[in-house]
Design a binder for this molecule. Sequence first.
Ligand code: PHE
Length: 516
Amino acid sequence: MTTRLPPHEHAVLARLADAGDTRKFAELAGDCGLDQALVSAATTALAERGWITVEETSRTEAILTDAGRVASEKGTPERQLLLLLDLEVKVPMSEVHQVAAAKGFDGKSAVQWVFRKKWAEKRKPDNGGPDELRLTHAGEEALLGASPDEVALGRVARGEIAYLEDLEADGIEVPALIQGLRSRKDLLKLKTRTLRSAAITEDGRAAVEAGVEAAEEVSALTPELIASGRWRDVTFKKFDVTLPAEKVRAGKEHPLARTMRETREAFLAMGFEEASSEGVESGFWDFDALFQPQDHPAREMQDTFYLERPATLPLPADEALIDRVRRTHEDGGDTGSKGWGYKWSREKATQAILRTHTTATTIRALAEDPNPPRKIFTIGKVFRRETVSYKHLAEFMQIDGIVVDEKANLTSLKGTLTEFYRHLGFDKVKFKPSFFPYTEPSAEVFIYSEKHQDWIEVCGSGIFRPEVTEPLGCKVPVLAWGGGLERIALLQYEASHIKALYDDDIDWLREVPLCR
Ligand code: PHE
């Protein structure tokens, strides 16, 4: 009895009957000229009839990194060191990095791996002297041929293998290789893929012998089908919305851009206006207007970037304002303070820097119009001379807000910040007494992260000192706070370090969920 099958099922079954043995889905798709999703649908249907079996295996795909490409062309760092040791016989430990740099390979990784592979050892020379690196017996043997990771690297680079498991045929012990490569993410990135393949069963063969044919299948009812009456004879294709399909990668906001947008929306929802100013700033606005003394450690070269061109920026046109700031620093002026008691330098105030905080922006906005009521915020880039690591970058984003209000006080500061962080999805906020040169009282603000089950510090806050507000002509209390934006983003997304937000790791960017 002939069975009529939808065309894709018929094609897959016929191909498997022909092939006799196992075919991978990707091969079937190519053989039958079908989309992989259709092959997958056909195999599900045929397996349900018991005509074929489907097998899943997991395979490790290796993808070359940039460093991996270099290593595949010039040899791994440890191979380059090995060749060098072969030539020079011994290299003083203290010179390895220098020698590596001169030859253009990564000395740190080279040393790490010659030790791990036991290709070399540290030895004290007979005459005393500093430790030397010398070839071991294993190192000499390694000169005769590539190690398994190098073999894998070469073959991936040449496009000869798609999956590491294919190396088994070369007598390489693949599980051990994969294990080893996990600590070599510098060279090869590993990805686990599930490969599916199908084979025909006895029942399937019997069905083919009894006769199967492809039913005419249509996916749309057309006027022609109705008019001709052919609709009676055709099979209508059913939609199966549960089928696996290729992922559609829609355009997506960058996580950090999203946090910036949400932050802006939170401020706007609370009635704040946005202010902005240049990243290149004068010492006057970044420090002096905020009553930070001119010998404050934050102003030191090692903390702040000073510009060469331009080396200076003009001070505000309002000479009286400059004078009030000067006097406030020197003896407190009319602010009721004693000031810092030193001679204020106009020159220092003109120095051009990369702004170290966005409080420079809010203070400029306050100077422009110090009359209450005002609520101002800013989001911008700031720069600090940090040693760059996965935790610290020399530039990052900050937010700053101020509230200029006759009735502003510590309680309204707490209320405002609690409300602000609630908008960003954090319900618990805590305050700890702190110190900033421009606020009194001052508080550090912590939010509770459910994910980390811990309090995380997110910003500094306080009420501007009279030494800050008075010279600007502001007669009412001003609430102020500011802090890093990336920290908030890290709490919102599954990312542990600031670098994740700036790395172009396309996999992470694709997978990271933006909804909460
Ligand atoms: N500018 C401070 C910083 O960069 C934060 C702050 C802003 C503190 C406003 C108090 C008031 O850390």
